[in-house]
Design a protein around this ligand. Structure first.
Ligand SMILES: Cc1cc2nc3c(=O)[nH]c(=O)nc-3n(C[C@H](O)[C@H](O)[C@H](O)COP(=O)(O)OP(=O)(O)OC[C@H]3O[C@@H](n4cnc5c(N)ncnc54)[C@H](O)[C@@H]3O)c2cc1C
Length: 389
């Protein structure tokens, strides 16, 4: 195929959102250029981690339950198509709640309403099935046995490869922000190349705030997030996925995964960290983050109290004011779209975001996928009040 420079749509950013948007646009017949400044799921990108949870529970935020439900079969389908089914690991997802924790109660209702397979576990059940975890006396659980983990970095790269097979032209390039107003006909890259297209989708994750500082500088809150992997004891099976699902400890705001691919127990602090710049922030874990993860592990996984740290990761969330995604037209440019605000929970929804944006850009949004006011720019505030996660 010869390289062209005029497309129906140029998608800027090959993270999970941009990759799926490009895929669905190409599937519905558009010619698509996909650009990334550092490469698909690079180590600075929010999609660049090894693993991301896909779960159906979202408290009372039904749209995300529906989008997640829709996304999982699409992930499995593309992995099967690419001959890489292992990129979804069906570990199951265990919610650990206390008393009548509202988010967990609402999750239970949503799982029931949508007939999503799940099991409610009493304290006794939790202690029986998961002796490696220390539970408080008022704990209870919900297990989603069919949910699990997407092997994120490789998953995004697979979507980009599958997109290229159906005509998407990927190029390594950094796009500049559009200039002027009204209808944009082309964009410039940082190397002076011009790319013409009928529409431009900026799916730049945490970089949206830098590319559109006036519009989004105060509306996308980029926070440092640190992940620690603890090595499991020799020959110990209790931390393998056969014995331990992916877990979310609601009260502690920590979550993690079993010893997938022998990388150790993944432990992530879900509290928002300090504001950072995705280009330049240090990717070396801080002493404080490791200490806090160790304190959590000592309390909740006592057998790993003195376990060595075998790996760390530093990434960033790109939060909107309340955690709802941003998917909208740029107010100054009718054919420029802004897509992001994954807010620490966006990865799983990649296929649903892709389908939705394809519908919006090509104006073929079906009734099933109707315009969602929660994603509009006008709902994005300049102060944070985290609600969706
Ligand atoms: C530590 C951590 C844990 C998480 N856990 C989960 C989880 O368990 N489950 C879940 O569903 N979600 C999770 N998330 C959230 C999820 O990973 C993100 O919401 C999602 O990856 C965001 O994808 P994106 O495509 O919007 O952004 P990104 O992946 O950051 O992609 C944006 C891309 O745009 C490119 N780019 C930027 N500027 C330009 C430019 N000017 N020109 C060209 N390219 C450009 C970048 O190089 C980058 O590749 C987690 C996030 C983090 C950080």
């Amino acid at each position: 195929m010869t390289d062209r420079k005029t497309y129906d749509v140029a998608v800027i950013g090959a993270g999970v959102f941009g990759a799926w948007i490009a895929y669905y646009l190409a599937k519905s017949g558009s010619s698509v250029a996909l650009l990334d400044a550092y490469g698909p799921a690079n180590s600075r990108a929010s999609s660049g981690g090894e693993s991301r949870i896909i779960r159906m529970g979202y408290g009372a935020d039904d749209i995300y339950t529906r989008w997640s439900l829709r996304a999982l079969p699409r992930w499995k389908e593309i992995f099967a198509q690419a001959g890489r089914p292992e990129l979804f690991q069906p570990t199951g997802v265990l919610w650990i709640a206390h008393d009548k924790y509202p988010y967990a109660m609402d999750t239970l209702t949503a799982l029931q309403n949508h007939k999503i397979p799940h099991e409610r576990l009493s304290l006794m059940g939790l202690r029986k099935h998961y002796p490696q975890i220390s539970f408080d006396d008022n704990a209870w659980g919900i297990l989603e046995p069919e949910s699990g983990v997407l092997m994120a970095r490789r998953a995004v790269q697979t979507v980009v490869e599958e997109s290229q097979k159906i005509g998407v032209q990927y190029r390594a390039a950094a796009a500049l922000a559009p200039r002027g107003e009204g209808r944009v006909t082309s964009l410039m890259t940082s190397h002076g190349e011009t790319i013409s297209a009928g529409a431009f989708v900026y799916a730049c994750g945490p970089w949206l705030a830098k590319l559109f500082p006036d519009l989004l500088g105060q509306r996308i809150f980029v926070s440092r997030q640190e992940i620690v992997f603890f090595g499991v004891p020799q020959g110990e099976n209790l931390f393998r996925q056969e014995a331990l699902p992916t877990w979310l400890y609601l009260q502690d705001e920590f979550y993690g995964m079993p010893d997938l691919e022998n990388r150790g127990l993944k432990v992530a602090d879900d509290h928002h960290g300090a504001p950072v710049d995705p280009d330049t922030q240090s990717r070396v874990a801080s002493v404080a983050a490791v200490a806090s993860a160790r304190e959590f592990v000592a309390r909740r996984f006592p057998a790993l109290k003195n376990a060595p740290v075998v790996e760390t990761r530093v990434c960033q969330y790109e939060n909107t004011s309340n955690g709802d995604f941003l998917i909208d037209q740029h107010p100054d440019f009718q054919n420029v779209w802004l897509v992001g605000g994954g807010s620490g929970h966006g990865f799983k929804h990649g296929p649903s975001v892709g389908e939705y944006v394809e519908g919006r850009v090509t104006e073929s949004t079906s009734a099933e996928n109707k315009i969602e006011p929660r994603f509009s720019l006008s709902t994005k505030q300049t102060t944070q009040g985290r609600k969706i996660h």
